[in-house]
Design a protein around this ligand. Structure first.
Ligand SMILES: [Ca+2]
Ligand SMILES: [Ca+2]
Length: 213
């Protein structure tokens, strides 16, 4: 344990990160039982494949399932270093906290994170052209219950730093790093909600009540 960590990182900032990490955990805990298992990933992959429908070929669907398994395995081995099977939110957040405490140079930390962002990118990029389109992002969020187009478009615009027609690998990587270790308490936009299902659902409800059809 590094006792100097708290002096380097103000506690309010660390609490802000804990909230985001916990939300990230919940985002992928499909059965809400407080742990990540292969079952969660299988459930989410299947929902994603269902939402993708005709956009995804059979080999594409196999690719998604493989990437989802790979993601969990990589979390276990690279990040949490626990025995295969399940990860709980405490282990997950403590591991990230320790990584944050060790950061004098961010290179190694970001290298680990980039492995995970790459796996996601590969899943979301349904047609595998190396770019995430608005339609592909819509499929990803539909798979977790977010179907409000204003929310998805806002997220897309927040990710799409160059303001062109798609989100590049680099843009996705930047947002992923920001989500995990960035301070967005005082910024506009939805990047702090990138992996916050409850937060996005709440916003979805707000939109619904503000703008009745
Ligand atoms: Ca679970
Ligand atoms: Ca694409």
């Amino acid at each position: 344990m590094d006792s100097t960590t708290d002096e380097v990182e103000p506690e309010s900032f660390v609490s802000h990160l804990y909230v985001k990490w916990t939300n990230f955990f919940k985002f992928f805990d499909a059965d809400n039982d407080g742990k990540w298992t292969k079952k969660d990933l299988r459930t989410l992959a299947d929902r994603f494949i269902r939402e993708a429908g005709n956009l995804l070929s059979e080999s594409g669907a196999m690719h998604v399932r493989r990437q989802a398994q790979h993601w969990l395995k990589t979390q276990e081995e690279e990040l949490c270093q626990v025995a295969a099977g399940e990860i709980n939110p405490d282990v997950f957040c403590k591991t990230l906290r320790q990584l944050l405490g060790k950061v004098s140079d961010n290179t190694h930390l970001f290298k680990d994170l980039d492995i995970f962002s790459e796996i996601f990118f590969e899943i979301i990029d349904i047609n595998r052209d190396g770019k995430i389109s608005k339609q592909e992002l819509t499929v990803f969020y539909k798979a977790v219950g977010i179907h409000n187009q204003i929310i998805v478009e806002t997220l897309f615009n927040n990710l799409n730093l160059l303001r062109d027609s798609s989100v590049s690998r680099e843009e996705f990587r930047i947002a992923y790093r920001e989500y995990f270790f960035g301070d967005q308490r005082f910024r506009n936009g939805l990047i702090p909600y990138l992996f916050d299902r409850e937060g996005l659902l709440e916003k979805q409800r707000e939109f619904f009540y503000q703008d009745p059809l």
